[in-house]
Write a protein that binds this ligand. Structure first.
Ligand code: SF4
Ligand code: SF4
Length: 295
């Protein structure tokens, strides 16, 4: 079983649209996995149904037992995150501010503080409109995206793919090159960058390519909205050649991407523009061959 991660420098470049299009083209041979847990919307594009959910605990928070607390203030004094508040002799932890370091529990002379697991998100598995499975997650408001939830989503996608005998897992990664993006890309067979032909898009892309190189994972590029700046698109192609990464093609600008998301469809179902469908079809076929040939 192979794994492909689709990444981009920032949100809104068409990463999820490309992932959903590949999911549509591969039908039940793929499992789709949305690791963009801050802005999960792959499931909307592929029409998730028969949804099952579970909670994810990615950290802990301190809780003070008021019956045991003697009001000595030690916890208040050591908390560097200003998470412990008091009203007179009564001390409480503000769970949103608590970083779970457990220092307060360690210094409390009355054993009044315990560390409890904190829910940091929900994980969902579902069926797509075209017969594959999709796994996605939503971070609890205020919870930090450290990459742990992405890792958990990937584990669930792996289990489902194994059970279904799927050939490939298509991972829609989070934007950027921070911990969550690395968690979505580590150990996969291929990284595809969806890039925009702008100066900031090129600089994002260069950081992404450096990350792929450090992870020793083969990578390629597809440019979205290529016709907003043909020169920059040509420049990206040159960069790809120099860096030894694949250049798969260029998708022209189209309002159909926005309407596809609004209508809960993939771009393959939404558009009648054959320039878009053919570049995505060709890219998907060539990518599969490329990934299959990876030693
Ligand atoms: S666990 Fe750490 S961050 Fe949380 S209240 Fe205690 S000392 Fe502060
Ligand atoms: S360290 Fe323990 S006993 Fe002292 S104020 Fe904090 S919770 Fe209460």
């Amino acid at each position: 079983m192979k794994r492909l991660t689709v990444l981009s420098g920032k949100g809104g470049t068409g990463k999820t649209s490309v992932s959903a299009a590949f999911g549509y083209l591969s039908r039940s041979r793929a499992v789709l996995c949305d690791c963009d847990v801050d802005a999960s919307n792959l499931a909307l594009a592929v029409g998730a149904k028969n949804i099952q959910s579970g909670e994810f605990s990615g950290g802990s928070t301190a809780v003070i037992n008021a019956d045991l607390c003697t009001g000595c203030r030690k916890c208040f004094e050591v908390c560097r995150f200003d998470a412990i508040k008091n009203q007179g002799e009564t001390f409480k932890v503000e769970s949103m501010a608590c970083e779970g370091c457990a220092y307060c529990a360690w210094v409390c002379p009355a054993d009044a503080i315990t560390m409890v697991e904190r829910k940091s998100g929900d994980i969902f598995s579902a069926q797509t409109r075209f017969g594959s499975a999709v796994v996605y997650a939503e971070l609890t408001t205020g919870a930090e995206n450290s990459g742990k939830l992405s890792t958990q989503v990937r584990r669930m996608a792996d289990d489902i793919a194994e059970k279904n005998g799927a050939e490939i897992i298509i991972i829609d990664g989070p934007p950027g090159v921070s911990c969550p993006a690395i968690a979505a890309a580590t150990g996969v067979d291929y990284i595809l960058f969806v890039a925009e032909p702008t100066l900031s898009g090129i600089s994002d892309l260069q950081r992404g390519m450096e990350m792929a190189q450090k992870l020793a994972i083969p990578a390629g590029i597809i440019v979205n909205r290529s016709d907003i700046n043909e020169e920059m698109t040509a420049h990206i192609k040159e960069l790809a050649q120099k860096a030894g990464v694949d250049f798969w093609g260029a998708i022209p600008f189209s309002h159909d991407f926005v309407s596809a998301i609004r209508n809960g469809r993939t771009i393959m179902e939404e558009t009648t523009d054959s320039r878009i469908t053919s570049v995505l079809e060709q890219t998907w076929q060539s990518l599969l061959t490329r990934i299959e040939s990876k030693k």
